[in-house]
Design a protein around this ligand. Structure first.
Ligand SMILES: Nc1nc2c(c(=O)[nH]1)N[C@H]1C(S)=C(S)[C@@H](COP(=O)(O)O)O[C@H]1N2
Ligand SMILES: [Mo]
Length: 221
């Protein structure tokens, strides 16, 4: 009996502890921080369990032996990485949600790759650099403001759910920018160009929004 009381006491202590922690963190208070994010699903989206493929009708196959990543434009240290160079960089894991402008969202994608922050620390953008233009092997381009590219969850990903990213989803390496609609996440990445002037990409010149924040529903514009 005394023993049982002890166990229950410990459980109660745990519950109290976690509630105290919630109170400290302000958990469940929708007014705290960004209220829009209290709901995980951005406006106008629906959750899917599958992973749709969207491309321009080309899925370029790049052999790892031929793969290179060029980082150029307004940077102090341009980069030209082979596959081995890329894999030799520190690897970062991140779990994030995908929000596609065509209204599907896919939760909890486990990505692994080189963080944009690590790349920035090596490439050292010049003060004049304000934008990053992503160039892909299928001719696709998309533009990101440097601050968006510098987000701590932005990856040059080569693994998804512990496996190489399949070619239809942009392998060997794709960009992942979780905070923006997924068209900003270039598949089959080959070059990152740092520029002073903005340069709208493939979908941005075809009526998609330049910024693409799903929480503001910046779909078109
Ligand atoms: N190179 C390249 N990247 C691209 C695209 C593309 O056509 N080519 N489509 C974009 C769009 S519109 C979306 S929604 C996502 C789709 O990625 P997925 O096919 O892995 O779902 O990739 C984005 N990146
Ligand atoms: Mo898309």
């Amino acid at each position: 009996m005394a023993k049982d009381d002890g166990v229950i006491g410990r459980i109660k202590d745990k519950l109290v502890e976690s509630k105290q922690r919630w109170a400290r963190e302000g958990r469940l208070l929708t007014g705290r921080g960004d209220a829009a994010h209290a709901n995980r699903l951005p406006p106008g989206q629906r959750e899917v369990m599958n992973w749709p493929v969207l491309d321009l009708g080309i899925q370029p196959e790049i052999a790892l032996a031929d793969w290179r990543l060029t980082v150029d434009g307004l940077v102090g240290h341009p980069l030209d990485w082979s596959w081995d160079d890329f894999l030799a960089q520190p690897q970062t894991d991140d779990v994030s949600d995908i929000h596609c402008v065509t209204a599907w969202s896919r939760y909890d994608n486990h990505w692994q790759g080189v963080s944009a922050r690590h790349l920035l620390s090596l490439a050292a953008p010049l003060p004049a650099a304000r934008h990053v233009i992503c160039h892909s092997h299928d001719g696709y381009t998309t533009n990101l403001r440097l601050e968006m590219f510098a987000g701590d969850d932005v990856l040059l990903a080569h693994r998804w759910e512990g496996k190489p990213i399949p070619v239809e989803h942009g392998g060997p390496v794709r960009v992942v920018v979780p905070s923006l609609y997924f068209w900003k996440s270039a598949k089959w990445l080959r070059r990152l160009e740092f520029t002073a002037e903005d340069r709208p990409g493939f979908w941005e010149v075809r009526g998609y929004h330049n910024e693409a924040d799903p929480w503001q529903e910046e779909r078109y514009g």
